[in-house]
Design a binder for this molecule. Structure first.
Ligand SMILES: C[S@@+](CC[C@H](N)C(=O)[O-])C[C@H]1O[C@@H](n2cnc3c(N)ncnc32)[C@H](O)[C@@H]1O
Length: 365
């Protein structure tokens, strides 16, 4: 049983809840193509493809045919995927839409890299161009000397995580005007590791919508604290269009709100690293405007920064009012200085010096 669980974790197997599936598919424009070719890479049990078919079946203008290609590496869940696709097909019964689904049981990266290389004349497989891609990819680091990293380099992609690799391949496989809706960790929006991926994505895709969840918990039922975003983009090189930014507290989509902002609010025009800003609230936009006025980098100022090494929820037993070392949080910044300790606050700001904690503590200098 535990090896089964290890396998699920190593495959990054967390399934998208229904409410999120439904929200994701609602972002697609479904009337652009008369023949829909859907890509679902890392399909799991097919939640996303099934939600897509359900949404499609509710449309007034239907396409003449729908082909769905679902890639899944875990043979254990393939029977469930097959079953779910069978029921999805039933939704289109009597609607004069020709439906065909295909499960590709295997490695999405390996199979598609071979097809893409074939396009360059190296292999003899066909290359399907998709009109839509719905994706919740596996999240896991790719080590630079792995087989997958080697395959990705073959098609000119160098990217640090499976999720960005899956999305980059999907972008290559989309037809012009094709759309992608993806649920991803927010981590790719900034930081140097994902700069190439961001540039690649933004050079090929027109960003249309980004949704953020305020809560970092409870999006997937896996106790992982992680910020996730949903994004919708269209494969098109056009002048940047306004982007819809929305937020909700969590997967229940309560307290949902959205607004349209200029593309330059999301990607600052002179930012060579193409950070993706998501100013969903009015106050975010004000902060973003202030940040834009800074002209120097920390390097220019001779300042280096690291994130705090103490992950407080992992060290709860050592963070008590009796701890002898200061634990500095953003709330300790006051008028350009650090003010510690802070009394009258619900959380303590002390940590014990202990063999378990000392590797995370920093010298007082
Ligand atoms: C985060 S889960 C999402 C599943 C499903 N799309 C959903 O939204 O519920 C990612 C899926 O990708 C599959 N996967 C992981 N690595 C893969 C690979 N190299 N090729 C194909 N599928 C893979 C996992 O088994 C898992 O089912």
């Amino acid at each position: 049983m535990s090896s089964q669980i290890d396998n699920k974790i190593s495959l990054g197997q967390f399934f998208t809840p229904d409410s999120i599936c439904q929200y994701m598919v609602s972002l697609f424009q479904l009337n652009t193509f008369s023949e829909i070719r859907l890509l679902d890479p890392g399909a799991g049990t097919g939640n996303l493809s099934c939600a897509f078919m359900e949404f499609l079946s509710q449309q007034k203008n239907l396409p003449s045919s729908v082909y769905a290609n679902c890639y899944e590496i875990d043979s254990e869940i393939v029977p469930q995927l097959k079953n779910n696709l069978f029921f999805a097909e039933k939704l289109l019964d009597g609607l004069s839409v020709h439906f065909e689904s295909n499960i590709i049981e295997g490695d999405f990266i390996e199979t598609t890299v071979h097809s893409l290389s074939d396009h360059l004349g190296l292999f003899k497989n066909g290359l399907m161009r998709y009109t839509h891609c719905i994706i919740n990819p596996p999240y896991k680091k790719i080590s630079s000397n792995s087989y997958h990293a080697y395959l990705l380099r073959e098609i000119g992609l160098e990217t640090p995580n499976y999720y960005s690799a899956f999305v980059a391949i999907a972008v290559l496989l989309l037809e012009s005007g094709g759309e992608i809706v993806a649920i991803l960790p927010r981590s790719f929006c900034n930081g140097v590791y994902f700069t190439r991926f961001r540039k690649f994505f933004l050079e090929n895709m027109s960003l249309r919508h980004i949704h953020v969840f305020e809560s970092r918990k409870n999006i997937f039922d896996n106790n992982v604290l992680q910020e996730n975003i949903i994004l919708h983009a269209v494969k098109r090189k056009d002048t940047p269009m306004p982007v819809t930014l929305s937020f909700s507290r969590d997967a229940s989509f309560q307290e949902y709100a959205e607004q349209k902002v200029a593309f330059s609010e999301v990607i600052h025009p002179d930012d060579k690293a193409c950070y993706i800003h998501i100013p969903v609230r009015k106050t975010d936009a004000v902060i973003s405007q202030k940040i834009k006025t800074f002209r120097q980098t920390l390097d220019d100022l001779g300042i280096s920064v690291c994130t705090g090494p103490v992950v407080d929820f992992r060290l709860v037993d050592f963070i008590t009012t009796k701890g002898e070392c200061p634990l500095i949080y953003p709330r300790h910044f006051e008028n350009g200085r650090i003010k510690w300790p802070k009394y009258h606050h619900k959380k303590t700001d002390r940590i014990f010096y202990h063999s378990e904690t000392k590797k995370w503590l920093m010298a007082n200098q």
